[in-house]
Write a protein that binds this ligand. Structure first.
Ligand code: GUN
Length: 284
């Protein structure tokens, strides 16, 4: 039976640490602020944005929400980004993705000041991650690393398999595992013998976006299994990419969904917002 990695508990300790630091900054007259921008009526995005606002409250970070209508033009959104880049109250800017189809996500991300890019999606921050000289780590991969650290299992020398090659999760995830000297394989929709490659993994990170994709036969006995998936099954219930009921009998450690990676992503966003504020004020 796998040990369950408690994302709620690990994320709480990250948020407690952030809150203590934010309150210390406040005593010296420094406020920390996050601007959250949501465009349109995507239900899932609304839930994520609400959770981010709640986390800000819990960490004593000031949050500023900008909810724009579905028909917002790219120029209007870019104008808001420019305004937030120049706003001294705003240390971090998060534009919730996906955006409506008339807006080019890449253009919007490129416009966010790299110093306020708390998602670490801007090309400058992505490049810094590649060379290992970074200020912000992307929230979900950074949260996954915290969860792996919480198991006490070292990444060094281990065979790590990441399923999924998105810019938000798969690619940076592979890079962070590599920074800790893992031997990393990225699998994706065109990968041959995917199950066999996964079976070789000491650390398996599933970021596919398909319910029940990872089955027990794809998992090595005793492996650390991290489930980044957030899917709805046929009954509308939230579930991950991993067949939890069978994989937990074989893995050494496993994250549940919900209560695994999800809360960590938000906790790391809080940490990045604090980092942005400290960097602005030249505080270590
Ligand atoms: N949509 C889904 N995940 C994320 C995320 O981490 N950041 C942003 N900005 N949008 C998202």
């Amino acid at each position: 039976m796998a040990k369950i990695i408690d994302g709620k508990a690990v994320s709480q300790s990250v948020k407690d640490r952030v809150k203590a630091e934010v309150e210390k900054l406040r005593e010296s007259g420094i406020e920390v602020g996050l601007a959250v921008v949501i465009v349109g009526n995507n239900q899932a995005s609304r839930v994520y944005v609400n959770n981010k606002k709640k986390a800000c409250e819990a960490c004593s970070i000031n949050s500023y929400e900008y909810a724009l209508p579905e028909e917002t033009t790219q120029e209007e959104l870019l104008a808001l980004v420019d305004k937030l880049n120049a706003d001294d109250k705003v240390d971090g800017i998060l534009v919730q993705l996906p955006l409506p189809k008339q807006i080019d996500e890449h253009a919007v991300i490129a416009r966010i000041s790299a110093a306020k890019d708390v998602d670490a999606f801007h090309a400058e921050n992505v490049g810094k991650i590649m060379i290992g000289d970074y200020n912000f780590l992307p929230c979900t991969p950074a949260g996954v690393m915290e969860l792996i650290h919480s198991t006490g299992v070292s990444v060094e020398g281990k065979d790590c398999v990441v399923i999924g090659r998105s810019n938000i999760v798969g690619k940076p995830m592979a890079m962070l595992l590599l920074h800790e000297s893992g031997t990393v394989t990225i699998c994706h929709s065109r990968t041959q013998n995917l199950a066999e490659k996964c079976r070789n993994a000491d650390i398996l990170v599933a970021a596919v976006g398909k319910a029940d994709f990872v089955t027990a036969d794809m998992v090595k006995e005793g492996a650390v299994v991290i489930d980044v998936g957030m899917n709805r099954n046929a009954e509308g219930k939230l579930c991950g990419d991993v067949r939890y009921d069978e994989v937990e009998k074989k893995a050494g450690y496993i994250t549940p969904v919900p209560g695994g990676v999800g809360p960590m992503t938000i906790a790391m966003l809080m940490q990045n917002t604090l980092t942005a504020a400290k960097t602005k004020h030249n505080i270590d």
